[in-house]
Design a protein around this ligand. Structure first.
Ligand code: FAQ
Length: 313
């Protein structure tokens, strides 16, 4: 009875758009869903640094290198905000990383594809960050306070990232025939993976109904995917590039672009760990984590020393 009353009050708060804060009562499933989603999101930001890090030493100019470095650094910051938000739910960072390394925690499927040319830096910024923004702008209104506030800060930086990518695409699309081909090839390879980022169709989405009711998610996977497609097609036309989908067509009735069926076999194959880069990404993360052990130990020892000297003073 007591629990039912609490659940009812909780739902009333959600319906009234009152944010849930870490010390508030929340249903255990709400807490678990947030732990899963926010930590997956954090892992995506950190693993997402790898495909772009691949091109840092080969950027075509000092300007391009500085901008790419700043962008990648921002992604590390996003990961940190999100791990902090997830930690408010009572799980320690070390645990999140252990789940990632053991393959128990997911990260976005899109980061398992390779970045083969410099044009991929354009396509990742334009398409992957572009898709991430559509999702994250919506998540600014999520019901959990710490997640919502992290999203506001992240969105400001993501819009700069998307422009960084689009600028590279503009330069290549307006360049030589060979450069235009590079841009087209990158669009061909990144288009479908970026569409898959939004997850399975609503009818197949295991968590959507409950997450929408609790306003953890504010819009469904398909609604967000369609918004991303509509806005990105216009940008692609501006570049003079074509999308790798013969069925892409504006539908006068729905005012949306229709698109071909998504290859869900490919999506699930990547999600289950068999994409082109899954093993590489995780092994690299494990190695970086092990290599950084001495830094974490030194930081801990230093903070202990500071606390001790504060006590003495
Ligand atoms: N990849 O029931 P749903 C970025 C899983 S950040 C892998 O629909 P949900 C910045 C899902 O976990 C990009 N797995 O799930 C950047 C679930 O499995 P589970 C990351 C996926 O949670 C740019 C199962 O499928 N953004 O890019 C994917 O309600 C450039 C059933 O799915 C976020 O994480 C996928 N794409 O909705 C950084 C945003 N999709 O956990 C560097 C926050 C679904 O039960 C460079 N997350 N799955 O085993 C969300 O909005 C949601 O979690 C969704 C999925 C929409 C991703």
């Amino acid at each position: 009875m007591e629990n039912e009353r609490k659940l009812e009050e909780f739902q009333q708060k959600i319906d009234a758009n009152i944010k849930i804060e870490p010390k508030d009562w929340m249903p255990e499933k709400y807490r678990q869903t947030l732990i899963r989603q926010i930590s997956q999101h954090a892992h995506s930001e950190i693993i997402g640094m790898q495909p772009e890090g691949n091109w840092l030493t080969r950027a075509p100019s000092l300007r391009a290198k500085k901008i790419l470095m700043a962008k990648i650094q921002d992604e590390a910051g996003h990961g940190l905000y999100l791990y902090c938000a997830a930690e408010t739910l009572g799980v320690k960072r070390e645990q999140f990383l252990q789940w990632l390394h053991e393959g128990k925690a997911k990260y976005s499927s899109v980061f398992n594809y390779p970045t083969l040319t410099w044009a991929d830096m354009g396509a990742v910024g334009w398409l992957v960050d572009g898709a991430a923004i559509v999702n994250q702008v919506s998540l600014q209104g999520t019901s959990y306070g710490p997640y919502s506030r992290a999203m506001v800060k992240i969105c400001m930086e993501e819009s700069f990232h998307q422009r960084q990518g689009f600028e590279i695409m503009v330069q290549l699309a307006k360049g030589t025939e060979e450069q235009k081909q590079m841009a087209q090839d990158a669009l061909n390879r990144w288009w479908w993976p970026s569409i898959m980022m939004f997850g399975p169709h609503d009818s197949e989405s295991a968590h959507s109904n409950q997450s929408l009711k609790w306003k953890i998610k504010r819009e469904s996977n398909d609604e967000l995917r369609q918004r991303y497609i509509n806005k990105t097609i216009e940008q692609g036309h501006h570049l003079g590039l074509t999308f790798p989908d013969p069925n892409l067509k504006f539908n006068e009735e729905t005012k949306n672009y229709d698109y071909s069926p998504i290859d869900w076999d490919e999506f699930w194959n990547v999600v289950k760990g068999n994409g082109p880069g899954n093993k590489l990404r995780i092994n690299h993360h494990i190695k970086a984590h092990e290599d950084g052990k001495w830094v974490r130990e030194a930081a801990k020892a230093y903070s202990k020393k500071i606390n001790l000297s504060k006590k003495i003073a």
